[in-house]
Design a protein around this ligand. Structure first.
Ligand SMILES: [Zn+2]
Ligand SMILES: [Zn+2]
Length: 259
C-alpha cells in the first residue's frame, strides 16, 4: 500500500477470510502503523473467532493501548450473512470449503441515485428542486401542475457493480446460486491441473477449476491469484484458465482493472 501511495487511513473495514498465516499475518503491523500514525477512528474487523484472541494477546504482551478502537465482528461458519450494510453497499459472506473455517465476501453496490442532467440546469431551479428531481419526484407548481418532470431532468445512473472474493477453497459448483452475474470474481488458483491431487489434498483450486466456476457463475471478469510458489512463470497458469474462460487476468499487485 505504501508502494502504491494508498493511505492506510482510508481503510475502515478489513475482511479476513480465514486464519491461515498468509491471509492475516500482516494485520498486526498494519494495526500498529495506524496507531503510530495517530489514527482515531474505529477500525472494523470481520473474521472467524480467534483473530480477536490473537490480537488481544499481541497487544497485551507488548503492553500497547491503541489510540483508536477495534470493533471485532465474528462471522458464522457455513452460513451466508450480511455482515456490513451502509448507504452505498452490502457485504455478504460466501461460505467456502477449505482446511479450516473459511469465507469469501460478496461486495454489492446499491442502486445509485438518478443523476441531474447538467445541460438542463436553469437559474430558476432551486437546489431543493434538484434534489427532489433526483429522488424521481416531479416538481409541482402552486396549482398542482407539473413544472419539472423528473424524467426530463435526470439521467439514469450507471448500474450497480458487484465483486465476489473467493479464497481459499476447493472448487464449489453451488457458488453460482450466490454470485451469479457478478461483474468481477476473484478466485484462487493455487495449482494447475497437473497438480490436481495436491489441490484436492490441500483443499485448493486449480486455474481450470477457477475458470469453470467463473463460467458457471456467468461472471463478467475473472481474476485468479494465490499461486503456488512453484510457478515462477505464471503464463501457463493464465493460459489454463483462459482456455475455459477467456476474460481472465492474473491478480498481480499494483495492477488495476476497469469494470
Ligand atoms: Zn488457506
Ligand atoms: Zn492461503
Amino acid at each position: 500500500m505504501a508502494r502504491y501511495n494508498i493511505s492506510i487511513h482510508k481503510i475502515n473495514h478489513i475482511f479476513i477470510s480465514h486464519l491461515h498465516g498468509d491471509h492475516y499475518l500482516g494485520l498486526t503491523g498494519l494495526i500498529f502503523s495506524m496507531h503510530l500514525q495517530r489514527r482515531e477512528s474505529d477500525l472494523h474487523l470481520y473474521s472467524f473467532k480467534g483473530l480477536d484472541e490473537i490480537l488481544t494477546t499481541q497487544l497485551k504482551h507488548s503492553r500497547s493501548v491503541l489510540n483508536y478502537k477495534i470493533i471485532f465482528h465474528p462471522m458464522t461458519e457455513g452460513r451466508r450473512e450480511i455482515i456490513l450494510e451502509d448507504d452505498v453497499l452490502t457485504v455478504e459472506t460466501i461460505p467456502l470449503e477449505h482446511k479450516i473455517s473459511t469465507s469469501g465476501f460478496l461486495f454489492r453496490e446499491k442502486s445509485r441515485a438518478l443523476k441531474f442532467d447538467k445541460t438542463k440546469l436553469k437559474k430558476e431551479i432551486s437546489l431543493q428542486e434538484i434534489l427532489q428531481l433526483k429522488r424521481g419526484e416531479d416538481v409541482l407548481d402552486m396549482q398542482g401542475h407539473i413544472r419539472y418532470r423528473s424524467s426530463d431532468y435526470t439521467l439514469s445512473p450507471s448500474p450497480p457493480l458487484s465483486y465476489a472474493y473467493c479464497s481459499d477453497t476447493r472448487p464449489l459448483d453451488h457458488l453460482a446460486e450466490q454470485i451469479n452475474g457478478a461483474d468481477l470474481l476473484y478466485h484462487e488458483a493455487t495449482f494447475m491441473e497437473e497438480e490436481k491431487s495436491k489441490a484436492e489434498e490441500t483443499r485448493h483450486s486449480t486455474a481450470a477449476d477457477a475458470a469453470t466456476i467463473a463460467m458457471k457463475c456467468n461472471v463478467k471478469k475473472l481474476l485468479i491469484g494465490h499461486f503456488s510458489a512453484r510457478y515462477k512463470d505464471l503464463t501457463p497458469v493464465l493460459e489454463e484458465a483462459q482456455k475455459i474462460f477467456r476474460n481472465t487476468s492474473l491478480a498481480i499487485e499494483g495492477e488495476s482493472f476497469d469494470l
